[in-house]
Design a protein around this ligand. Structure first.
Ligand code: E4P
Length: 229
């Protein structure tokens, strides 16, 4: 499985790139807002000046399909390693499929985002041009929040995506370190992970009895400053 870094903090992206721990990068408007990005184009250019040989996904900002098309063209022309993120619908719930079909036929690398259902996966896969490498981002973590069995859904999404060449299924909205193992087991091509979750890899393979003891010790340490009366 390929491991992508999910985030929009320029310094973090650059250091992850330099460490060589990520195979690619994903951003989104919420992550950019969180990171305090002020000028989107400038940010994208700064990222691409350093990260020139790994896929980087940048999302369109507009809600209007003709504006999305213009933004997609601008983003795609910034560098060859750009994947343009197109949400599966606009905010009114109108389908982006006609635009996806058009952009993909023009050879743009797309990352179709905010996908939650298998019907959406199927319609995107049908719309994509097999000659243009594309990513299908299914929001596993948000789906799990609704009580749906993510593993089964992602397994079915793998089958749909692998029915077409040049389509990679990405496990988006990763919530815990174990999702990396799950994503690999069900056959996803990519998982994108925020730094905070990646940091948990320090616990990977740790002895559970030892971890239990460390947990008790940290509770005890924190309790020492609290009163008990
Ligand atoms: C990936 O490309 C997505 O933007 C990201 O994983 C979204 O995850 P969230 O549910 O944490 O917002």
């Amino acid at each position: 499985i390929k491991l992508f870094a999910d985030g929009a903090n320029l310094q973090d992206m650059i250091s992850v790139y330099k460490e060589g721990t990520a195979d690619g990068f994903t951003t989104n408007p919420s992550l950019m807002k969180q990171a305090g990005v002020k000028d989107y184009k400038l940010f994208a250019k700064e990222v691409l000046a350093v990260i020139a040989d790994a896929p980087v996904s940048f999302e369109v900002f507009s809600d209007d399909f003709s504006m999305m098309e213009k933004e997609a063209t601008i983003l795609a022309n910034l560098a060859r390693n750009v994947y343009v993120k197109i949400p599966i619908t606009n905010t009114k719930g109108e389908s982006s499929i006609p635009l996806i079909k058009k952009l993909s036929m023009q050879g743009y690398h797309l990352n179709v985002t905010a996908i939650f259902t298998l019907d959406q996966v199927q319609s995107v896969v049908d719309a994509l041009n097999p000659k243009a490498a594309s990513i299908v981002s299914v929001f596993a973590g948000r789906i799990a929040d609704t009580g749906v069995d993510t593993r089964t859904l992602m397994k079915q999404a793998v089958e749909i995506c692998h029915g077409k060449s040049n389509v990679e299924l990405l496990w988006a909205s990763c919530r815990e370190f174990y999702n990396i193992i799950e994503a690999e087991e069900v056959g996803c091509d990519i998982i994108t992970v925020q730094n905070s979750i990646l940091a948990k890899s320090q616990n990977y393979g740790k002895d559970l009895k030892e971890y239990s003891l460390e947990t008790v010790q940290s509770f005890y340490k924190d309790a020492s400053g609290l009163g008990f009366s």
